[in-house]
Design a protein around this ligand. Sequence first.
Ligand code: FAD
Ligand code: NAD
Length: 483
Amino acid sequence: MSEQYDVIVIGGGPAGYESAIRCAQLGLNTAVVEQWLGKDEKPKLGGTCLNVGCIPSKALLESSHHYDDAQRHFKDHGISVGDLSVDVPAMIARKDKVVKELTGGIEQLFKANGVEWLQGHGKVLADKEVEVTPHKGKAYSVHADNVVIATGSSPVELSVAPFDGEYIVDSTGALDFDSVPEKLGVIGAGVIGLELGSVWRRLGSEVTVIEAMDSFLAMADETIAKDAQRQFKKQGMDIQLGARLTKAEVKGRGKKKQVEVSYTDSKGEQTASFDRLIVAVGRYPFTDGLFTSNADLEKDERGFVLVDDQCRTSVPGVYAIGDVVRGPMLAHKGMEEGVMVAELIAGEYAQVNYEAVPSVIYTDPEIAWVGKTEQELKASGVDYKAGTFPMAASGRGKAANNTAGQIKILADAKTDRVLGVHMICQSASEMITQGVLALEFGASTEDLQLTMFAHPTLSEAVHEAALAVDGKPIHIAPRPKRK
Ligand code: FAD
Ligand code: NAD
C-alpha cells in the first residue's frame, strides 16, 4: 500500500467511484476510502445508490409493476393468469442479487482501472492528510495532492417518530419488509414516499401518505403535479396534504403491534393506525467524523460542505461532490461532478451544466422534468409560450394500453429557445433525455418540430408537444374558433 497518492476520494458512492475511475483513466494514482458494510457485514462499494437507493428501489418497482400489470392489465390484452400471489422474500432476494452483482461490478472496475480501495472510515486532517480507520485493525495515515470528499447523505430522522428498524423505518427498512403490510403509512409525499409507497401499494398495501406541505409535488411543474395527484388517487393512494406529524409510537404486543400516528391538518387533530410506517422527509449531508477542525473545511448553514461551481472547497486541493454539497441529491448530478473534478485535477477544463439536471420519479406513470417550471417562469417574469400533448392521443400509448399523462414544453416567447420539458407518462425516465439534449444544445422548439421522430413511439408526443407550442399539433383537434 502506497502512502502517497495523487488523489484520495472519501466515499465510494456514485459521485466518488465515478470520480476515482476517471482520475485513474487520466493517469492519476488514486485511492478510495469507503466504510460501507452490507447486510452480510462485508465491505461494499456503490454507496447509497447501489446498496439502498436507486438500484434496489428500482428493482422492487420493476417486480411490483409486473404484479400490478398481471393483476390489473393483463385481462385487457386477453390474457388470464388465474390466482396471483407474491413471494415477498423471493422478490427481496432478487433485489439483493441485483445489488450484489452491481456493487461487485464496481470492485471489478476499480481493479481494472488500478483504483485502490482503502476499507474503513476516512477523516480529513490538516494538509491533505487522511486518516483511515479500518473495520478491524489500527488507524493509519495516507497523504494526497488532492482530496475529494464524496460522503453522501443520510435519511432525516424525526424526533417525534424515531426509527426502530422494524415498524418505523427509513427508506432502507422499507426495501426489506418480509411481508406486505396491510396498512402502510408514509410520512412525506416526496420522491421516496411516492416510489416506495407505490411498491407496497402495488403489492396490496392500503397506503396513506401524510405530507406537511399544502401543495403536492411543489418542485414539479404544476400541470404535471396536478395530473400526478389525480393518477395516484385513482390508484387508491390516500395522500393527505397540509398534514403535520406530531407523534408516531409503536403500541401493542407481538403480532398485534401497530404504529399509532397523530397529526394535525386543517380539520384539527387526527389519528391513524398502521402496520408499518415509512418516514421519508428528506436526507441530510453526511459529514459525521469527517474532518478535524484544523482541516479548515467550511460548511454552509444547512451542513453541506461549501463549494464553488466547480466543487472546490475552502481548502486548495480539496474538492467535494455529490449529496454532501449543494444542489439536488441525485446520483447522476454527483457522477457528473465526480468526472468534472477528476478532469480539473488532471489540468483539463471541465464544468457541469446545473441548468440541465433531469429529475425523475419512477412511479406509474413516471414523472420527469428538466429546466424551468411554468411557475418559475411566471415568478421570474419571463415571457414564455407553452405546448402540451396528452398521451391519450399517442398511437403507441394506445397500443400499449398506457394513455395516462401528458408532455409539456415551455419555450421563450421571443427566442423560441426551449426552457423546460415536463412529462408524466410511461417511460418518461427514458424520454426526458430528449429534453436534456434540447437544453444542452440550446435547441428551439422549431428544432424539435423539424426533427423526425420514429413512428409509432411514445417520443412522438415530444414532437407533438413542440408543435403545440406554436399551436400546430397534428394529432389533437384544434380548439374551436370563437365566433
Ligand atoms: P452516497 O451514495 O451516499 O455514497 C457516499 C459513500 O460515502 C457511502 O458509501 C458511505 O459509506 C461513504 N462514506 C461516508 N462517510 C465516509 C467516511 N468518513 N469514510 C469512508 N466512507 C464514507 N438518485 C437518483 O438519481 N435516481 C434514483 O432513482 C434514486 N433513487 C433513490 C432511492 C432511494 C431509496 C434513496 C435513499 C436515494 C435515491 N437516490 C436516487 C439518491 C441517490 O442515491 C444519491 O443522490 C446518491 O447515492 C448520492 O451519491 P453520493 O456518491 O454523493 O453519496
Ligand atoms: P424529498 O425532499 O423528496 O421529500 C420529503 C417530503 O417530506 C417533502 O414533500 C416534505 O414537505 C415532506 N416533509 C418534511 N417534513 C415532514 C413532516 N414532518 N411531516 C410530513 N411531511 C414532511 O425527500 P425524500 O423523499 O426523503 O428523498 C430524499 C432525497 O433522495 C431527495 O432529495 C431525492 O432527490 C433523492 N431521491 C431521488 C430519487 C429519484 O431520483 N427517483 C428517488 C428517491 C430519492
